[in-house]
Design a protein around this ligand. Structure first.
Ligand code: CA
Length: 227
């Protein structure tokens, strides 16, 4: 599967030339012209990197970046036309990874993209990384880069399965560990939560089935390559 790059830029000649240059280097691209649209795309979790114009019709690239940082860590490369914007990108910690100033050569942008992605791979955050990342401190779980919006019990359930990915947990074990103190439970409690979890994972990546049902035994979770 090619690495996907999202281009958020309202000037279509610029977006087109970037998309063309990236495609000829083997990347898949998706373009959108509005910041709101870009955020929606980013929530899908399928992109490895975003190229973001500072001046967008509906909101500034800075706002898009700030919003995006609430749910994704993917690298963001800014496109900017003005030096005072560069000061903001560099000076403030808005979560940008790099920037290029307009006018630029598409070649230069492709080179930057390659460097950023290579740096990530070197740090172990590659396409082969685990699907899930658990941050127990903030009680958040990321799936393919996207932060999942989980209820307390969904979080506890997924976290327990992820503590030993591949291990099969019976409904009884899960029930005892997670719903020990809960008042309102039934035989279907585990299954119902598995179902809502699956729906939330599917919303991020509908081509993956991380939660596995073992008939008559229980559930396990797969956590990416090699598991
Ligand atoms: Ca613009």
């Amino acid at each position: 599967m090619p690495t996907s790059i999202l281009i958020i830029e309202d000037e279509s000649p610029i977006a087109d030339v970037l998309a063309y240059a990236l495609k000829s280097e083997g990347y898949a691209t998706q373009c959108c012209t509005l910041g709101s649209e870009g955020l929606e795309q980013l929530r899908s979790g399928v992109y490895a990197l975003a190229i973001l114009d500072v001046g967008l019709p509906d909101m500034s690239g800075f706002e898009v970046c700030r919003e995006a940082r609430k749910f994704t860590d993917i690298p963001i490369l800014f496109l900017t036309a003005r030096s005072d914007e560069v000061d903001r990108i560099v000076g403030l910690e808005i979560g940008a990874d790099d920037y290029v100033t307009k006018p630029f050569s598409p070649r230069e942008v492709v080179a930057r993209v390659r460097v950023i992605l290579r740096r990530l791979t070197a740090n172990g955050v590659s396409a082969n990384a685990a699907w899930f990342e658990v941050d127990a401190g903030s009680a958040r779980i990321r799936f393919c880069g996207a932060v999942l919006d989980l209820t307390r019990y969904e979080f506890l359930l997924l976290k327990m399965l992820l503590d030993h990915s591949g291990r099969i947990y019976s409904r009884e074990v899960l029930m005892d560990a997670i719903w020990r103190d809960a008042l309102d439970t039934s035989d279907r409690t585990v299954d119902t939560h598995i179902k809502t979890l699956r729906a939330k994972l599917k919303a991020v990546r509908d081509d993956l089935e991380p939660i596995v049902t073992h008939r008559g035994m229980g559930y396990s979770v797969a956590n990416g390559v090699g598991q």
